[in-house]
Design a protein around this ligand. Structure first.
Ligand SMILES: [Zn+2]
Length: 300
């Protein structure tokens, strides 16, 4: 029995190692050791975006995020260290549409030229001002494409490697999309509805034919509206919604209380505004797979 958790830990480590290996598909003829050029210094606002940067840049980038893993960009309070991370950044990757607007002030404070800032959702099909476009793996391909363009501009010598990496990452996104679709198909259609903590799921829901019946808070950090919550309890009961989902970066207290009132299941770890520390959710692809497994388990 004792060997089982250790075996799992080993498998998890292997999975991380394998993923890291896939991230660097650059040719081995250009050593990244002391003789090679320094990797491109990329600063992202939050950790989910690092997956796309690493996926395209591989060994030629060093991606760091301002908001720590497990924290939310929506309630983030910048610190002096946030500016320190930015100084020297060759590329700043911002999601945009308001979720990480605080970075603009930091960029000015750190003296980073505006031309080095990539605002991913500019020009993308934003709906109702909602910034969570990355939650749709098809839209995530636009994230990859924009990061590719930015990296090629900074380091044209490695354009071929970046393009190869981007094609490989796109293929993983296609496979992820197909897999999520196949998983959601196992949920009876009438049960493809859920209540979420905050409104991070409209793009995912639209892509995969799920209905978000409501969210517990208007936005992270904001107080829930008691009348709206009471209406949501009634709605959940009337429509036989099976589960409410909370997120690790926010307290599960409200979701637990809601689940008690509505007499439905509560799932406390759905990831959206941040990846997690655990191997199962350490990057975008694993996070999306994990979320899907959680959804299917709770709704099926
Ligand atoms: Zn969010």
């Amino acid at each position: 029995m004792r060997l089982i958790p250790r075996a799992f830990a080993l498998l998890a480590l292997l999975a991380v190692a394998a993923c890291n290996g896939h991230a660097s598909t650059a040719p081995s003829s250009s050593p990244a050791g002391s003789a090679g050029p320094a990797p491109i210094d990329v600063v992202t606002t939050f950790s989910t975006l690092n997956s796309f940067v690493n996926g395209v840049g591989g060994r030629y980038v060093r991606a760091r995020n301002i908001v720590p893993v497990g924290a939310s960009p929506e309630t983030f309070q910048p610190t002096p260290q946030s500016i320190a991370v930015l100084s020297g950044a060759q590329l700043v990757v911002e999601n945009g549409t308001g979720i990480d607007a605080w970075v603009d002030r930091l960029v000015r404070g750190a003296g980073v030229p505006r031309s080095r800032v990539l605002v991913i959702t500019d020009g993308m099909p934003v709906v109702g001002g909602n910034p969570h476009l990355w939650m749709d793996p098809v839209l995530a391909k636009t994230y990859v494409a924009k990061i590719l363009t930015a990296l090629v501009r900074i380091d044209p010598a490695h354009a071929a490697a970046f393009k190869k990496n981007a094609v490989a990452y796109d293929a993983k996104l296609d496979a992820l999309t197909a897999w999520i679709r196949s998983q959601i198909a196992t949920i009876p259609p009438a049960r493809r509805q859920l209540i979420v903590f905050h409104d991070a799921w409209p793009y995912f829901a639209k892509r995969f034919g799920i209905e978000i019946v409501g969210s517990l808070v208007p936005a992270p950090g904001q107080e829930p509206n008691p009348r709206r919550l009471a209406e949501l309890v009634t709605l959940a009961r009337a429509r036989h919604v099976r589960a409410v989902f909370a997120e690790p970066e926010y307290s599960a207290k409200l979701a637990n209380a809601f689940a008690g009132s509505a007499d439905i299941h509560v799932v406390t770890d759905l990831y959206d505004d941040s990846i997690g520390h655990r191997a199962a959710v350490h990057d975008y692809l694993s996070m999306m797979r994990y979320n899907t497994e959680q959804l299917v388990r709770a709704l099926k």
